[in-house]
Write a protein of this length. Structure first.
Length: 320
C-alpha cells in the first residue's frame, strides 16, 4: 500500500529540473544508424550496438572506437556479457558470440527461427541462456502475427529448445530472480501478461498489466516495469510495480529502458527525454530535449554517472 501511495504522489509531482552535467559524445543525426542497446563489459569499457549491425566500444570518458566483427547487416537488439563471453542477438535468427580471452567471434544462424526476432536474452543460473522474441518486424512497429516464443540454448549456441510459444503474443523482456524463478512480459497488442516459471519449462500466468511492458527489472524488493500505454510508441509512457497502481506519463513516449542510480530509477524515452524517479522524495525529474532523437537504452557507469544511447548514433554521458 505504501508503494501504491508513492506512485500516486509521483503522478501529482511532475517537474523539470536541470541540475545535471551533460556531455554530448555523439549528437544524433537522422541519417545515421541507431544504437539500440549498450552493455557494460568491464569498468572502463562499454559496447553499443544497433541498426544494420553497428557495433562500437565506448570508454567511461566517452572515447568511441569501432569493434570489428563478421557483420551480416542485421539489427543487433541486445548485448549480454557472461563470464568470458559476449553475446549479441539480432532481429533475424542470428546470434554472435565473442570469446574475450581468445578474441574470436563466432556466429550462428538458426534455420527453425527464420524470420524470427531475438529480442531479449538473459544468462540463467543453471548455466544456460534464455532468449525470447517473435516475428521479425514486430520490434519495428510493423503489424504482423507475433508468433512469440521463449527458448533455452547453451553457451556454444549448438542447441536451442523452445519452452513457451504463442502465435498471439510477442515476448519483450525476461528477468530471473534470485530464487531461480523467471518472469517474461508478453504482449497481445492491447495488454501485457507477465508469465512465470519455476523450472524454466512450465509457465503459468502471473499478472495482467494494461499497456506494453517493454522492460522488467528487480529493484527495492519489487518487480518494476516500464513501457508504453499502447502500440503508439511516441505517445504516453508507463512505469509501475507488479501488482500495484500504474503511473501514466503523458507525451513522454515509450519508456524503453531503465537503470537504478543512488536509489532512483532512471529511464529513457521515445520522445527524447530522460526521466528520473525518486521514490523517497516522491518526485519525478524530467530532462527534456537532450537531442532531437529518441533514446533507446541506458547503462550505469557509476553511482554518479550514466551513459545513454539512441537514434542516429546519439551518445550522452550525464553526471549527477
Amino acid at each position: 500500500m505504501k508503494h501504491q501511495i508513492q506512485l500516486v504522489i509521483l503522478l501529482l509531482f511532475y517537474s523539470n529540473i536541470f541540475g545535471q552535467k551533460i556531455h554530448v559524445i555523439s549528437q544524433g543525426i537522422e541519417s545515421d544508424s541507431s544504437f539500440y542497446h549498450i552493455e557494460k563489459i568491464n569498468e572502463n569499457e562499454f559496447w553499443a550496438a544497433g541498426e544494420y549491425g553497428i557495433l562500437k566500444k565506448i570508454d567511461s570518458l566517452g572515447n568511441v572506437s569501432s569493434q570489428s566483427f563478421p557483420n551480416e547487416g542485421l539489427n543487433i537488439l541486445k548485448i549480454i556479457k557472461k563470464e568470458n563471453y559476449i553475446f549479441l542477438i539480432t532481429d533475424n535468427a542470428l546470434i554472435y558470440r565473442y570469446d574475450i580471452l581468445n578474441k574470436i567471434f563466432i556466429k550462428k544462424t538458426f534455420p527453425n527461427f527464420k524470420n524470427k526476432c531475438f529480442y531479449d536474452m538473459i544468462a540463467l543460473q543453471n548455466g544456460k541462456l534464455m532468449v525470447c522474441g517473435g516475428t521479425s518486424g514486430i520490434s519495428k512497429g510493423e503489424k504482423k502475427i507475433p508468433n512469440g516464443f521463449i527458448a533455452i540454448l547453451d553457451y556454444d549456441l549448438e542447441e536451442i529448445n523452445i519452452v513457451w510459444r504463442s502465435y498471439r503474443k510477442f515476448v519483450w523482456s525476461l528477468l530471473e530472480l534470485e530464487n531461480g524463478n523467471v518472469l517474461a512480459s508478453t504482449f497481445n497488442g492491447l495488454n501485457t501478461r507477465i508469465i512465470k516459471t519455476e523450472n524454466y519449462i512450465d509457465w503459468k500466468k502471473d499478472t495482467k498489466i494494461k499497456g506494453l511492458v517493454h522492460e522488467i527489472t528487480f529493484f527495492d524488493n519489487n518487480i518494476w516495469y516500464v513501457g508504453a500505454r499502447n502500440i503508439h510508441f511516441k505517445e504516453n509512457g508507463i512505469i509501475g510495480m507488479k501488482d500495484q497502481k500504474q503511473l501514466l506519463l503523458n507525451k513522454t513516449g515509450c519508456l524503453w529502458s531503465m537503470d537504478v542510480i543512488n536509489g532512483k530509477i532512471i529511464s529513457v524515452t521515445a520522445n527524447c527525454k530522460l526521466m528520473i524517479f525518486d521514490k523517497n522524495k516522491s518526485e519525478i525529474e524530467q530532462i527534456k530535449n537532450l537531442s532531437p532523437c529518441a533514446f533507446y537504452d541506458i547503462e550505469k557507469i557509476s553511482e554518479s554517472k550514466i551513459i545513454i544511447v539512441g537514434h542516429g548514433k546519439s551518445i550522452y554521458i550525464i553526471d549527477f
